[in-house]
Ligand binder design. Sequence first.
Ligand code: BDR
Ligand code: CA
Length: 312
Amino acid sequence: RTPVAIDCDPGVDDAVALLLAFASPEVEVRGVTTVAGNVSLADVERNAARVLDLADVPEDVPLVSGLDGPIARRRHLRDEPVHGEGGLGGIDLPGSARRRHPAHAVDWLAAQALAAPGELTLIAVGPLSNVAMLLRRHPEAGAALREIVVMGGAAFVQGNITPAAEFNFYCDPEAARCVLESGLPVRIVGLDVTRAALFPLTAAEELSALPGAAGVAGRLLGVYTRRVIAASGAAGSPVHDALAVAAVTHPDLIGWESGSATVECHGEYTRGALVADLRTPDRERTTRIGRTVDAERFVRLLTERLSGYADD
Ligand code: BDR
Ligand code: CA
């Protein structure tokens, strides 16, 4: 089992990513850290706690609070409620009494990485504020990570918040740059692949008919998918963050190309844009960028794993 920590900002697809991770025997989730992004840190924390309850995650898996905004600029507030009222599609999950770990996410991540050098994979599916701060404050801990798997960026396709930029990188471009230029092994699961692995509305509706957490996951995906289809006419919804988890449980779902990458921080029209360089000399190729994906297999995997919550 690969030990992982998940840094997230739920968000519907973050919630689904958590449900997928906790239903996946390939990974052992050592803890969940939160960062402001889709909604404020307070809302993200509340949502994450409720999702952990939904998945029946034991209290000894820590939920750890992180940064409430980007490392070098003001927080970007969405003007469209992509994730619905409160960040979880307007779906009211039961309140949670789950405790927050007393440490700050940045320090907790550092301690986890140093406790198991070369073992921990960090799956980052929100703005990269916590991860960048980890690398700045605790570089030795960053170097002790096995890998950082990032959901973010649009390398060779259009962005989703501007033509050039994807939401997570746009929210905190300085942080994204810091992570991508770190020289650490990074895999990027960007819109290039998430938009090519759409989750169909029919699958969401079938899930919603199931009991328990499976049904809730179906309702979350249903609200989100209907919104995406109405806005873009796409055939389904990109469950971005869940694909980043699947990239760890099933790395061969995605076709990777190696190179190097950075993020534009200043451009008038291109702030937050991922700049991928596939011409990089071999020894500097620390980044792998997802280019192709087996969409059918991903949809099957996600459906099966979420359906499993009906039996609990
Ligand atoms: C990313 O932005 C957020 O809205 C999603 O949760 C995902 O992490 C997709 O651009
Ligand atoms: Ca997210």
